[in-house]
Design a protein around this ligand. Structure first.
Ligand SMILES: [Cu+2]
Length: 402
C-alpha cells in the first residue's frame, strides 16, 4: 500500500467516525408541533407467494405502516430493532440532518439487535416519499414503507387519497438470490418464462446478434435478472378498496418499493392525471401507461367510474408478472393492456450499435487523459440517424405506446 493511500484511509476513518457521532441537530428549537411514531422491526414468518417463509416486518406488516406528517411538524421516530441482526432506516427523499439519514457506517450508527434509535427532524417539504432499511438485503425481506406529507396549503383538487406501495417478493433468502446471480446462469429467466429460445432467435434472423452477445459473455436478451414468484401492491397480488364511491377523485400515491423491479403501470377509467413525481408537484398531465423505476414515486388523480371499479395494474418491466388494485365496486373497468417487451428486437438493435461489454474502469491518472481512446475502443458505434432509429425501435420493443 502506498503511503498516500494510508494517509487517505486514516483521514477518511476519522471523518467517518466524526460524522457518526456529531448529530448536527439542535432539537426542536422552533417549537414546532411534535408528532411521534414507533417502528418495530421483527423477523417473522410471512406468506406472500404461496408458502410461509421468514420475512422482516415493520410493526408486524409488509410493507410497514404509512407515516403521515404535515409540513412544518417536528417528528420523532423510534426505530426498535427486535431482530437478531443489526438494522437501519433510511428516509428516502427526505431533507434532514445528515446524522438522521440512516445510512449505517456513513451517516448514522447501525441499530444493534435489541436496541432503539431515536430519529428526530423538522418536516420541511411535502409529497410522497418512503423509508427502507439500508442494511444488507433487508429491504427485499420487507423493511420498507410509505411517507405521506400534507402541504401547508392544499393546491390540488381531489376528495380522498390512497397509498399504493409496489414491491417484488422472493421466497428464497435474498442472500441466496445474490449468490445465484453471481453464477450467471439463465435458470431464473427460464423459470419466469422470459428467456429467449434459440429457435425463435434464428427464426427472427437474430442469430448474429445472439452470437455477438455470447462473445461478450452476456446472457441472451432479458430485462430483469431475478425470478420473483409474486409482485405486490400494498403487500398483496390483488387488493380491493371498495370504499371509494363513483365520481370521487382519488389521489393515488404510488411508490416503487421493489428491490429490483421496475413496472409499467396502467389505469382503468377516464383520464388519469399525473400530478407529482418523486414528491414534487409537476405541471399536471393526462397520462395513462407510465413507467415507474425502483424507488421512484408518482402521484395520480383518478376518478372512480360510474359503471364499476377502477383497475390499477402493474406489470414487471420484463413481462414476468403483474399485480392489481381495484378502487370502488361493481364490474371491472379494465386498465389498457401492457404488451410484453420484444426482447429479440431489442437484442438486434443493441447488436447494431456494436455495444461492447467489459470496458476496464478508468484509472485515476490525472496526468494522462485516456477518455477519448477508451471511447474509441469501447463506446457504442452510432451515427445520428441510427441513434434516432435505434431508440425509436427500442421504445417499440419495450412497449406499444398509445
Ligand atoms: Cu432509498
Amino acid at each position: 500500500m502506498k503511503i498516500t493511500t494510508i494517509i487517505y484511509l486514516v483521514l477518511f476513518s476519522i471523518v467517518g467516525a466524526y460524522a457518526q457521532t456529531e448529530k448536527s441537530v439542535e432539537g426542536n428549537v422552533d417549537n414546532l408541533p411534535v408528532r411521534e411514531y414507533t417502528l418495530t422491526l421483527r423477523e417473522e414468518q410471512v406468506n406472500k407467494a404461496g408458502k410461509p417463509v421468514m420475512g422482516m416486518t415493520v410493526n408486524g406488516q409488509i410493507p410497514g405502516p404509512t407515516l403521515d406528517f404535515n409540513e412544518g411538524e417536528y417528528v420523532i421516530i423510534y426505530v426498535k430493532n427486535e431482530m437478531s441482526v443489526e438494522s437501519s432506516i433510511h428516509w428516502h427523499g427526505m431533507l434532514l440532518p445528515n446524522f438522521y439519514d440512516g445510512v449505517p457506517y456513513l451517516s448514522t450508527p447501525p441499530i444493534e439487535p435489541g436496541k432503539t434509535l431515536k430519529y428526530e427532524f423538522a418536516i420541511k417539504q411535502n409529497g410522497t416519499y418512503w423509508y427502507h432499511s439500508h442494511t444488507m438485503l433487508q429491504e427485499q425481506s420487507g423493511v420498507f414503507g410509505s411517507i405521506v406529507i400534507q402541504p401547508k396549503e392544499k393546491t390540488l383538487d381531489y376528495d380522498m387519497e390512497q397509498v399504493l406501495v409496489l414491491s417484488d417478493w422472493t421466497n428464497e433468502k435474498p442472500r441466496d438470490v445474490m449468490r445465484f446471480l453471481k453464477r450467471g446462469t439463465e435458470w431464473y429467466n427460464i423459470r419466469k418464462g422470459t428467456a429467449t429460445p434459440l429457435n425463435q432467435v434464428i427464426a427472427r434472423g437474430a442469430l448474429g446478434a445472439q452470437v455477438d452477445f455470447w462473445r461478450q459473455r452476456m446472457e441472451s436478451a432479458d430485462i430483469a435478472d431475478i425470478y420473483y414468484p409474486a409482485f405486490l401492491i400494498n403487500g398483496k397480488e390483488n387488493v380491493e378498496y371498495p370504499e371509494f364511491k363513483p365520481g370521487e377523485k382519488i389521489r393515488l400515491r404510488i411508490i416503487d418499493g421493489s428491490a429490483s423491479t421496475s413496472f409499467w403501470m396502467a389505469f382503468g377509467g377516464p383520464d388519469p392525471l399525473l400530478v407529482s413525481a418523486d414528491g414534487k408537484d409537476v405541471v399536471p398531465v393526462k397520462r395513462n401507461k407510465t413507467f415507474i423505476a425502483v424507488a421512484e414515486t408518482y402521484d395520480f388523480i383518478v376518478t372512480i367510474p360510474e359503471n364499476g371499479k377502477l383497475e390499477f395494474k402493474i406489470m414487471a418491466q420484463d413481462g414476468s408478472g403483474s399485480a392489481t388494485a381495484y378502487l370502488g365496486q361493481g364490474p371491472i373497468v379494465a386498465a389498457p393492456d401492457v404488451s410484453r417487451p420484444d426482447k429479440i428486437a431489442m437484442m438486434q438493435q443493441m447488436a447494431k450499435m456494436k455495444m461492447k461489454m467489459g470496458a476496464p474502469a478508468l484509472k485515476f491518472r490525472p496526468g494522462k487523459d485516456e477518455r477519448y481512446q477508451m471511447k474509441e475502443k469501447w463506446g457504442m458505434q452510432m451515427d445520428d440517424n441510427m441513434q434516432m432509429e435505434g431508440m425509436k425501435e427500442m421504445d417499440m420493443g419495450m412497449m406499444n405506446e398509445d
